[in-house]
Design a protein around this ligand. Sequence first.
Ligand SMILES: [Zn+2]
Length: 330
Amino acid sequence: MNRSLTIVVAFSVGLTCPAAAKSTAPVLVPVPLPRNNPLKNTEQENQQNSKAAADLFSEKKLPSFGRPMAVGYYPRGCLQGGIELPTTGPTWQVMRLSRNRNWGHPELVKFLERFAPLAAEATGRKGILIGDMAQPRGGPLPFGHKSHQTGLDVDIWFMPMPDRVLSKGERENIKASNLVAADGKHVNDDIWSAADFTFIRTAAEQPEVEQVLVNAAIKKELCRVEGKNDRSWMSKVRPWYGHDDHMHVRLKCPADSPNCEAQPAVPGGDGCDKSLDHWFADWILRLKIPEFGGSARGLKLKDLPPACAAVLNAPAAPASAATEEPSKAR
Ligand SMILES: [Zn+2]
């Protein structure tokens, strides 16, 4: 008992006090940390690694100082120098403002400011409703997604933007409309329309878009409607759990982000083939995977690229720099 106590105390002192660690004699009393401890960073990282990375990143209310850069992989990374999408634009409105997830790499913000009027024009609608993008410094999210970590992912609702500015309360509480029928195998004919088809195709046709995720029943309908026409855009549209009330748009790694890890190419053609069938197996339809395919809560800071510790602990960018670019764009 005494022996194990001695080992534990000597080990814990070794972690925090280099002078004591050199001594061979075990130290049996707690040693207070010196002020200005030279191992402060290590201690900070140790402390941070005892928490979920999602909690650390969600506590940061402002982006990190530094030039914009997407770091790591979509479900295992972070965002340096993120910028904010204005919550209301001429053809878009951001939903669920309390989440503070309307941040992204400038390429994502630029994409949305370009795509919103394009989609409105193509569908004859007023505009788009935007769900989650990323947290100010990206990183794992405490709930809702496995990805959305590098500032290159965005959820866009299928429900069109109404012809008025929604209140904060409405943006918090309005439920997105589900385009999939109750059996999970077809679109809901009562609300599915040709404009939904155009909406998804317009997103997939944009050159900076890597992938668009939708529910398998929606993908099946896209394949049916497109028939034998030019389907070059269709290979970007892939089925995934959930995604019955929004599409997930993922951008390619931007040129300014050497540490951004590209998504491997999806093998096969347009996906309008047998590979779609397994999504309609009963056991798949019964799966209740939380928030569409997984959670990032298990990740620690040490699981992310090392640059993400620097992003997390960097000083905040001045608020004006964070919002300057998007507001200039209008
Ligand atoms: Zn998403």
